[in-house]
Design a protein around this ligand. Sequence first.
Ligand SMILES: *Cc1c(COP(=O)(O)O)cnc(C)c1O
Length: 380
Amino acid sequence: MRGIKEELEEIRQHGLWRKLTPYRKMGGQTSDGMQQFASNDYLGLAHHPAITEAFQEGLRIHGHGAAASRLVCGTSHAHVALEAAIAERKGTARALTFSTGYAAAMGTIPALMGKSDFIIVDKLSHACLIDAAKLSGATIRVFPHNHVEKLGKLLESIRSQHGSEPRILIVTESVFSMDGDIAPLREIIALKQSYDAWLLVDEAHGFGVFGEQGGGLAEELGLQQDIELQMGTLSKAAGLAGGFIAGSSALIDLLINRARSFIYSTAPPPALAHAALRSVELIASAEGRALRKQLQTNVCILRESPVSSLLTPIIPVILGSNENAMQASSRLAEAGFVVPAIRYPTVPRNTARLRISVSAAHQESALHALRDQLKRLASC
Ligand SMILES: *Cc1c(COP(=O)(O)O)cnc(C)c1O
């Protein structure tokens, strides 16, 4: 039998070794004085006092654990209120929360799609979307990143070969997690409508960051009504944990009946939902808008570009080899910046990169200092 040690050796030899580095604080700075450019805490809410207080209040009201699945024990008011708030921000009839974004994907896609159906995914979609598509048993087709024309050809060929009966689900992200670019949602929606397909948009990195109320890129572009499944997570800009799907009432009923990661998993702590409600409200408030504005300002400083509403806070610096990326990351660490090296299989082979994520919590001086460090890296 092939041993574990040999497998680990193989990972090491390919320059793909991963290890856990002890805790570093989120927001602008780490506890050891490093500037944190690795976290997805885009608005600096992971340590926001009002959300901390809401979490503590939630603990006092609801205690620690939910103790069972929501279908078994009954559903806490905290979850119901949170889901109503998410649905409101997403402009949908209802929403359903899961313990993580990963679990939301794993429960939702197989609940809707089966053997006789087709899922068309953007090549750079997050691992949870790919894993969920595989689990569903549907036929998977991949289109090159953001390539609307190829997507159209795939839709055309599926409908012409298999008729109008099979379900087709198009899966993409709004803001791509490792490239920081955005999906051509308007064009994708036009195609989806002409071929009678459904669309799932994962807004993990759009929620809180875009839109007047922080609903995400779909809100920013006025497209929320045209997307059947709006997926998101409360673990990034919202600063907590938990995933969600927003959509029609029928969709949510189906998920409650069929999504296995929802049905067979203990509900997340109601206290967490209580805090998440506060976070969702804060994101939609004037304070949330001010934080988004600050975030845009910070992104513009680092990107050295004029203000535009669709600049994302994820900035990749593609270096190619794993060694180059690891070296650049450690050089930045020596200079006081936490900037992760991202390697295969998170990104395609030979596209290893630094992934910088900007937060509203960053100080202007830190942004300038990182920009200088990056220039120094580029010149050597
Ligand atoms: C982080 C992430 C997820 C998973 O969300 P979690 O709540 O962390 O499980 C899903 N999709 C994308 C694009 C992500 O970046």
